[in-house]
Design a protein around this ligand. Structure first.
Ligand code: FAD
Ligand code: MLT
Ligand code: ZN
Length: 454
């Protein structure tokens, strides 16, 4: 690969070939995907991204775009010598001057940087999850990231007002006009959100912000059945609209977190099922809650912890947020991220562990997730050597219950072999044609979403 030409195009300090540095960018967060690359390019502007992609397109150099490299489906690392394009150095942020409730962000800005700037203007960004300090705007747009507050603010798709991007042919498309109403042809923000770097590199976006709630109350319920948890989830969904998170987890995950992080047990571990609910809104919501449906639920429960300040709330949240890290400290889990229609969620949750153990008695499944979205994370440790069979059977089971094989992490390379379970022939053919239009030389993220054999 004639990298000297790239250095000539961008300057020496944009192209890195140091083997240790390149290797550190070539392994994904889950450690399941370990690749190799000739170099990393760090563009600092949309024009530079356009120059790099025009050069790569002309020289048929395959690339993988990387934001925070926290992706869970093998889409952010080079597996066959692709050039890494890291967006990290494009991280400028500004509150829009045309609409005070918009923020303009370059792709490499992290979620927490966006949240901090929004908060200083008494606003909040609608997407939040455990990887907030590393996950970037470009990556979360590419994967249409969900997270903890989808039931209140929607997924990333619902935050984007305008987007600017560079196609595989090096063409700059989109705009940052920030117009909430701009019906002028195909909507690039919708098309590129969830495209996982296969159609274009997102370089900037204009995102909507929401009023910062004055009051927040966090409830942690200790329960004994999935049914109880889902009944409270329904009550939260029906409550007065101040619900902002509803997270389900179980004793097994809690035991692991207590072991790995030496946390205190909850209610001497006499429960099996836990539901963390958070409400946020104008001052006085706590009293309003206690007077309504949630108040009746609280009356009927014996084990509930209530937090009304930030520190107490964080103490409750760690029992949920530490799942991913605790499980990954024990090995490389098979990570499944599925959605079930709420009416089928109880059946799924009551069956899935046995289903996994029938395939491999030695495996150790952990289940947790965003219960109001029907989005469960199934992290299965010790599933070798039956990983493929486990993946296939679980995803087939999910589809048989009218669910989705990928709720929020995307398809990447991990789920590409199973895309046919969810999308029909005509759709996958159309995906190929859309890809050809945006990336005619097929240099962007090879084998992500559309693998050579699907
Ligand atoms: P990367 O991992 O760098 O890339 C992800 C994909 O986007 C790749 O295909 C990459 O090629 C592409 N990409 C990156 N930048 C661009 C760009 N500028 N233009 C085009 N394509 C690009 N995800 C959720 O949805 N919800 C959660 O609750 C959640 N919780 C998590 C908790 C932890 C502890 C961790 C480690 C991850 C979690 N994730 C979650 C997964 C991950 O953070 C998201 O998928 C996130 O969107 C990835 O952002 P990133 O910047 O790290 O992207
Ligand atoms: C989360 O919600 O914590 C992540 O999306 C789950 C995961 O890491 O599998
Ligand atoms: Zn999640």
């Amino acid at each position: 690969m004639h990298l000297a030409e790239l250095e000539g195009l961008l300057g020496k300090d944009r192209v890195y070939q140091d083997p240790d540095l390149v290797q550190s960018y070539s392994n994904d967060w889950t450690s399941r995907y370990k690749g190799f690359a000739p170099a990393i390019v760090f563009p600092q502007s949309t024009i530079e991204v356009s120059k790099v992609l025009s050069w790569c397109s002309m020289n048929r150099v395959a690339v993988v775009t990387q934001g925070g490299n926290t992706g869970m489906v093998g889409g952010s690392v080079p597996l066959n010598g692709e050039l890494i394009i890291s967006m990290k150095r494009m991280n400028n942020l500004s509150i829009s001057n045309t609409n005070k409730n918009h923020i303009q962000a370059e792709a490499g800005a992290t979620i927490s940087e966006i949240q901090n700037l929004a908060s200083s203007h008494n606003l909040v960004y609608g997407v939040d999850f455990g990887a907030r300090d590393s996950a970037t705007i470009g990556g979360t747009i590419a994967t249409n990231a969900g997270g903890l507050n989808v039931l209140r603010y929607g997924t990333t798709r619902n935050q984007i007002v305008s987007v600017e991007a560079v196609t595989g042919a090096g063409r700059i498309v989109g705009n940052l006009n920030g117009l909430e109403k701009d019906n002028t042809g195909y909507h690039f923000p919708s098309l590129l959100c969830g495209s996982e770097g296969t159609l274009a590199i997102v370089t900037q976006a204009k995102l909507r912000l929401w009023p910062k709630p004055e009051e927040r109350v966090t409830l942690l319920f200790g329960l004994n059945t999935v049914r109880e948890a889902l009944e409270i989830t329904e009550a939260c969904i029906k409550s007065n609209g101040n619900i902002s998170a509803c997270e389900l987890f179980f004793q097994k995950g809690l035991d692991l977190i207590k072991e790995v992080y030496s946390l205190h047990p909850l209610w001497e571990d006499k429960h099996s099922t836990y539901l963390l609910c958070e409400f946020a809104g104008p001052g006085g919501i706590t009293d309003e809650l206690l007077d309504g449906e949630i108040g009746r639920v609280l009356q009927s429960q014996e084990s509930v912890l209530v937090a009304t300040n930030h520190n107490d709330s964080q103490r409750l949240w760690q029992y949920r947020e530490l799942h991913t890290l605790a499980i990954s400290s024990k090995g490389i889990p098979l990570k499944l991220d599925v959605t079930l229609p709420l009416q089928n969620l109880e059946y799924f949750l009551n069956k899935i562990e046995r289903k996994c153990q029938e395939i491999n008695p030695a495996c150790s499944p952990y289940i947790f997730g965003h219960s109001a979205d029907g989005n469960m994370h199934l992290n299965i440790l010790y599933s070798e050597p039956t990983v493929k069979k486990m993946e296939e059977k679980v995803l087939e089971f999910v589809v048989s219950l009218e669910g989705s094989i990928s709720a929020e992490h995307g398809i990447g390379r991990a789920k590409a072999p199973y895309l046919h379970l969810q999308r029909n022939e005509a759709e996958i053919e159309l995906f190929r044609e859309i890809k050809k239009a945006f990336d005619p030389k097929a240099i962007l993220n090879p084998n992500v979403i559309i693998s050579s054999d699907n």
